[in-house]
Design a protein around this ligand. Structure first.
Ligand SMILES: Cc1ncc(COP(=O)(O)O)c(C=O)c1O
Length: 366
């Protein structure tokens, strides 16, 4: 089976993970500190706080904005459920907006359409790693959380996605561009928010014990806030450190599959190809999303699956889920994407022959 998502891990990752385990300190420690420094450097940022997941980084990001109770946060409906859950977990209201049909990215006009006087922040997702138009989004004058879960290698000019808004989050789950067993983290422009994030991540208790640097009564801690345990671990950080070293190589593999698809599908009129990054910007090639225009998306997915190629739809629009009580809202593009969108396999574990097999099957289906 050619899977839709995947990773490419080998001896180096296994070796570093095994060293972390054998050190008899698998929890948050030296490897987390090392990963944070290296990832901050990758982002040209002074700091990075690693957490246990991108989902919890989203939750923490909303918390760090300190929004007044009842505030609304606008979230694209075409995103992963963690985005909406983060807003609700932080005690705010979620308001869904549409995205562009061709890029699957949220635009300022989509936000403006649903903005109310209670709107106090916006969350944007760089879908597949194609940067959103951050200039027009920042011009709205709202605090911006950038979900850069797909955008670990994306740039707008010299600026890494995730560092342009107020707070940016990343995911290092097992199928992301930088894969670990589980992991994530955040970067905030405001250094006080970074310090607060560090204090929050272990039940709001900051650091106590050996690592606190205290010479007297080091077992005491100041509990600053109510927060669950969202600490990362040294095994994930060790794997992440190797994946970060290998990021250029891994990205080249993704790009190669992407380019095969872009070339081959140019002659398939019933498929729209994803948008390449414009000049001066960089894509992360997290996933290859097509729109199937012949009305046979579901049939195509089943045909591919029957022939050993697994595809999926990321994402089933959130506003269509009864939990959020917004099913009556019409978000036309998200609803079209729900009917015609399909993610084809793209990951660094794929060979050229795998990509060509996918292409061959898609063409044969026609
Ligand atoms: C857009 C987006 N945001 C956030 C997340 C959450 O990341 P994690 O799986 O690390 O919790 C994901 C995960 O797939 C995602 O796709």
């Amino acid at each position: 089976m050619i899977n839709v998502f995947g990773s490419d891990c080998g001896e180096r990752e296994a070796g570093r993970a095994s060293d972390a385990i054998r050190s008899n300190w698998m929890g948050m420690g030296r490897n987390v500190t090392e990963f944070e420094k290296a990832f901050a450097a990758h982002l040209h940022s002074a700091d990075f706080v690693m957490l246990d997941s991108g989902s919890n980084a989203l939750h923490m990001a909303v918390k760090l904005l300190d929004l007044p109770p009842g505030s609304e946060v606008i979230v694209p409906s075409f995103t992963w459920v963690a985005c909406a859950q983060a807003v609700l977990l932080a005690g705010c209201k979620v308001r869904f907006c549409d995205v562009a049909l061709d890029t699957q990215n949220v635009r300022a006009e989509d936000i403006e359409k649903v903005r109310t006087p209670d709107t106090k922040a916006v969350m944007v997702v760089h879908y597949a790693g194609l940067p959103c138009n951050m200039r027009e989004i920042l011009d709205l004058g709202l605090p911006v959380i950038e979900d850069a879960a797909h955008a670990v290698d994306s740039l707008i000019g010299p600026f890494p996605c995730g560092t342009i808004g107020d707070i940016g989050i990343f995911s290092f789950d097992a199928v992301k561009n930088l894969a670990t067993p589980e992991g994530g983290g955040l970067v905030a422009r405001n250094p006080e928010r970074m310090q607060r994030a560090r204090r929050l991540r272990c039940c709001g208790a900051g650091s106590a014990g050996f690592s606190s640097g205290k010479t007297d009564r080091w077992w005491e801690y100041d509990i600053s806030d109510v927060w669950p345990k969202t600490v990362p671990n040294d095994v994930s950080a060790a794997v992440g450190r190797v994946q970060l070293d290998r990021l250029d190589e891994l990205q080249e593999k993704r790009k190669h599959v992407w380019e095969i698809y872009q070339k081959e599908f140019s002659t398939v009129p019933w498929i729209t190809r994803p948008v390449n990054a414009p000049h001066g910007e960089k894509h992360s090639y997290f996933t290859y999303f097509v729109r199937v225009l012949n009305g046979r998306r579901d049939e195509l997915a089943k045909y591919l699956k029957a022939n050993g190629v697994y595809t999926t739809l990321r994402y089933h629009p959130l506003h269509l889920n009864p939990l959020y009580g917004q099913q009556a809202v019409r978000l036309a593009n998200c609803e079209v994407l729900n009917e015609v969108g399909l993610n084809l396999p793209l990951h660094p574990g794929m060979s050229e022959a795998d990509a060509e097999r996918v292409v061959g099957l898609v063409k044969a289906f026609c």
